[in-house]
Design a protein around this ligand. Structure first.
Ligand SMILES: [Ca+2]
Length: 431
């Protein structure tokens, strides 16, 4: 069922890595991480990644530079067979779907500035919220994120993230549901947490989500252009290129545990454009998919309660030095769990660890994809290790219905959806 993890043209240095994935596909990402630890940060895969060749009369003997055998891991089984079921087809640039805790409805963010709501499986014509007049839409700008308060059922509070018209600054603001209609929000914001100037039109981040600690996490891109010209990723005083964490009840007073010596809202630095991130509902582990520059897309996994720090950009892009391009100082940098090259896509879209009931064998698998290639992967991560990692595109989307994977979504039951910027939403079901 496994499809090849290589396609198209590859840059030198990626060839061997891709080949390694093909013969140890289930543990490929783990091996990349192992190499990162052993080989430092440079792209040094050429020393250890050839095809294993059995000797003529004896069992295969690893050469002096061979990758260690992963003998301790159980045989990989792969995720269960999956398929896509169309939920909607004609939304306006949908890029997020979420439900309040325990709520049977599904809310969908349209980039143009509206939040739509499915009630009993039917998409209501009237939006839950329409902030179109406030939003600058286009490219990476627009209404980008939505997070329901953990106590939404009783307080009706939710947070949105949008790029404002006309200047394109990032706004993170709180709204509240109306008293007389649960499918309509009050039109005006009730609190403004953040207004952050954006020097360029791209890399606005956009994701907002409440963590298991009840605090609001806000993913901020590095401000845009290319290669981080502002140095925002490594600047702890900048809210750009960072994961912010705020207490919506005390802001601007920060919660305990944000990054020491940094801007009070900054929890972690070193991000380029963390377009989508999510917390594992069962473990609290944080999965951050950070969009890469020219060569590597990456997913960081931050174990619950482990604090945070520096995710590397722009010293590193994925597991590789970026600035400087060689012999960069990787001291203290957090390395991604997995990365992939331009042969497999160009813009990673983070997803979710499945914790629903409908597909028991999928529990514990993190699903994510790529906006450009519409490829989808399934990964199991535990205690700092990638246990399995499979591309599942051919199995889950044999007809190629995905049209620009803009986001994944998760409902209150833990079922997972894939959103395509072309207007479609598909639920992931057992095949
Ligand atoms: Ca990184």
């Amino acid at each position: 069922m496994q499809v090849a993890l290589s396609a198209g043209t590859r840059k030198e240095g990626e060839v061997i890595r891709a080949r390694r994935w093909s013969w140890t596909r289930a543990l490929g990402a783990l091996l990349i991480v192992a190499c990162a630890a052993a080989c430092g940060s440079s792209d040094d895969d050429s020393t250890g990644g050839g095809e294993p060749e059995p000797g003529p009369t004896a069992a295969p003997t690893p050469g002096p530079t061979a990758t260690p055998e992963p003998t301790a891991s159980p045989a990989p089984a792969g995720p269960p067979a999956l398929r896509l079921s169309e939920v909607a087809a004609d939304l306006s640039s949908p890029l997020y779907a979420v439900s309040p805790p325990g709520d049977p409805r599904l809310f969908v963010v349209e980039q143009t500035g509206t939040i739509r709501v499915f009630v009993d499986g039917e998409l209501r014509a009237e939006p839950f919220l329409d902030v179109t007049p406030l939003v600058r839409f286009g490219g990476e700008r627009g209404l980008l994120g939505l997070a329901f308060h953990p106590s939404y059922a009783t307080n009706g509070r939710f947070v949105i993230n949008y790029t404002a018209d006309p200047d394109g600054e990032t706004v993170v603001a709180e709204y509240v549901v109306s008293e007389d209609d649960p499918n309509r929000a009050k039109p005006d914001e009730v609190a403004r947490f953040l207004t952050i100037e954006q020097p360029f039109g791209n890399h606005n981040g956009g994701m907002v989500e409440f963590g298991p600690d009840g605090l609001l996490y806000v993913g901020m891109g590095d401000g845009g252009a290319a290669a981080d010209p502002l140095g925002a990723g490594q600047d702890p005083q900048s809210k750009l290129g960072a994961m912010l964490r705020i207490d919506v009840d005390t802001h601007p007073v920060p919660p305990d545990g944000n990054l020491e010596g940094a801007d009070p809202d900054v929890w972690a630095i070193g991000l380029r454009n963390p377009w989508r991130f999510s917390f594992d509902r069962a473990t609290g582990d944080l999965y951050i998919a950070d969009v890469g520059q020219d060569l590597f897309e990456e997913v960081h996994v931050q174990a619950a309660g482990s604090g945070a720090g520096n995710y590397g950009w722009n010293v590193m892009e994925g597991l590789h030095c970026f600035d400087p391009p060689e012999d960069c100082d990787t001291t203290g940098l957090l390395l991604p769990a997995v990365e992939y090259g331009r042969d497999l896509g160009c813009s990673v879209t983070g997803g979710y660890v499945y914790r629903g009931d409908a597909i028991p064998d999928l529990r514990g698998w993190y699903l994510y994809g790529d906006f450009c290639s519409n490829r989808v992967w399934a990964m199991r991560w535990e205690a700092g290790e990638v246990l399995e990692h499979h591309e599942i595109t051919a199995e889950i989307d044999p007809d190629g219905v995905l049209g620009g994977i803009s986001s994944f979504g998760q409902d209150a039951d833990g079922e997972i959806y894939v959103l395509s910027l072309n207007g479609a939403i598909h639920r992931i079901d057992a095949d």
